[in-house]
Design a protein around this ligand. Structure first.
Ligand code: UDP
Ligand code: MG
Length: 312
């Protein structure tokens, strides 16, 4: 059924979801990535369901299991079997939040798509306000955290399929999305909200991720090498600069040109440092523009919808 592959379906302008459903029958899709959230899934579902029922819109809820090792996937499957409006998307392995979101978007059929964290840190009660803003005619409704770095986080959003198409071209979504919204001339509304603490479970960030590895697989060994190059370059440049200053300031006397000869040995350090640093800088920039190592859509093996399970 889905053998055509995502790019082929994109070309026809239809998502897999639109293929099996009546065209345009869903107004609002909510996509939630879930990784080891067994303590939260059911609570998330109940709160979200209550809000969705008040929407006055045909809606669907897409729970994406990012290869959880706990009972998250079972719970999602059970919910999707009992509730027509819930779709479970199950990744074959743990691919990271970004990949989970992309996979979910591939199946979202709504005219407005909401993405949000699955741990109730983004209150679902704000969705009606987002939908109202969207109905007034914007492409993107961006939920801006009150604190501490409001514009760096783009987890909680509503967008039209047209905006989704543009944004799907962006590889490192978190980093570039805000710029792309502006660049593409998409109309957006920004709503400020207060992010809540997690209701249960733990944040999925690991120490390695916090040290600069991204968990979505877009950063690899080469970006670590780039960082090392930048560090070496910086140290070299700094050492050269210190040495040069020392030679110039040392009270050997300006009258004796011979005392400036050691400067020639500081020069390669200075220039070498600069070159190394910018080499690392360029390498890192290229790394960020490279496509992800594994395309998330290859990871979908099993797909349940409307009470029926189907395998591609
Ligand atoms: N998540 C995911 N895959 C991951 C990490 C996180 O699907 O590899 C989901 C997670 O289940 C949650 C959301 O992404 O619904 C946000 O994750 P988390 O709460 O760990 O991030 P934080 O809020 O701490 O930034
Ligand atoms: Mg969280």
């Amino acid at each position: 059924r889905y053998s055509a592959g995502p790019s082929a379906m994109k070309r026809e302008g239809r998502s897999p979801a639109a293929e099996t459903r009546q065209e345009g029958s869903v107004e609002v899709s909510v996509v939630l990535p879930m990784f080891n959230e067994e303590e939260v899934v059911l609570r998330m579902y109940r709160r979200l369901k209550a809000v969705a029922e008040q929407l006055n819109a045909r809606y669907e809820l897409l729970f994406v299991d990012d290869g959880s090792s706990d009972s998250t996937a079972d719970t999602i499957l059970e919910i999707s079997l009992n509730d027509e409006s819930v779709t479970g998307v199950f990744l074959s392995g743990h691919f990271g939040k970004e990949a989970a979101l992309r996979a979910g978007l591939e199946y979202a059929a709504g005219q407005a798509i909401v993405t949000m964290d699955g741990d109730l840190q983004d209150p679902p009660e704000l969705i009606p306000e987002m939908v109202r803003a969207w109905r007034s005619g914007v492409d993107v409704v961006r939920m801006r955290r009150q604190s501490p770095t409001p514009d760096r986080h783009l987890d909680f959003l509503l967008y039209s399929p047209r905006a989704a198409t543009v944004l799907s071209l962006v590889v490192n979504r978190q980093r570039y999305m805000k710029d792309v919204i502006e660049w593409a001339g998409l109309r957006e509304t920004v709503i400020t909200y207060e992010r809540q603490p997690r209701v249960a479970g733990r944040s999925k960030w690991t120490v390695a991720q916090l040290l600069g590895y991204s968990r979505d697989g877009t950063k690899t060994l080469s970006s670590v090498c780039a960082r090392i190059l930048m560090l070496m370059g910086f140290l070299g440049f700094f050492a050269g600069l210190t040495y040069a200053c020392y030679i110039l300031i040392a009270p050997i006397g300006w009258n004796d040109p011979a005392s400036l000869v050691p400067l020639t040995s500081a020069t390669p350090l200075l220039f070498g440092g600069c070159v190394l640093y910018f080499l690392g800088w360029l390498a890192e920039g290229m790394e960020q523009r490279a496509p992800p190592m594994r395309h998330p859509n290859f990871s979908i093996r099993m797909f349940a919808r409307n009470g029926r399970m189907s395998a591609p």
